[in-house]
Design a protein around this ligand. Sequence first.
Ligand code: ADP
Ligand code: MG
Length: 238
Amino acid sequence: MEKAILKIENIQRYYGNKGVVTKAIDDISFEVKVGEFVGIMGASGSGKTTLLNCISTIDTVTAGHIIIDGDDITTLRGSKLSDFRREKLGFIFQQFNLLDTLTAYENIALALSILKVPVRKIETKIAKTAKLLNIEDVLHKYPYEMSGGQQQRVAAARAIITKPALILADEPTGALDSKSACMLLTQLSQLNEIEQATILMVTHDPVSASYCKRILFIKDGRIFQEMLRENETRKAFY
Ligand code: ADP
Ligand code: MG
């Protein structure tokens, strides 16, 4: 059996106090194994972003445990937490979050230089990843010179280039037209298949979700259903 890279154990996240309490996450447990591509689906307000923010250490749980690659992140604090985030996680957000004053190449390189990767290695890694994501032509452009789809693929390159244990994506196609969305999702699935990248992607879009191999459905902060793609084609699964 493959190793679980992510274990979510009975997590809860409540907002507010005394009078009005919102149970954004109400006792969720699940596991993601190495090399899986898992989707989290649910209507707006069902708790998807809260769940992803708790896993990505942006938010903290009210109760329960989140174990990533053997470390319980609910017990990490301060610099231990930021080191963990840098070394183990990759993020792709709905808004591309690239730095405007840096070129695509520099945006991607930054993720590596923070980890003190030598310049020579940075060059070869970026060349390889740019090819995989089909952004070789835009590497020396600034974000404002690129389309949304290109920016999001640059953001994806930045997220994966450090070979994180887990890639977290929150509605990564939310700001893209359907053609760019399809291209990004195809490249994410290739990344999952070729590089065995483990991806957890939140979406409310059935087309995006159909690229995943397993989908967890959440409603009112709880998982209420799970679907496996098995050997079905993406179209049939959709
Ligand atoms: P989704 O991403 O599925 O649309 P969210 O995780 O953003 O859902 O929100 C889940 C629930 O938690 C919603 O009812 C939302 O209003 C509430 N919520 C989210 N963030 C906060 C916050 N910072 N303070 C109070 N309530 C929040
Ligand atoms: Mg959301």
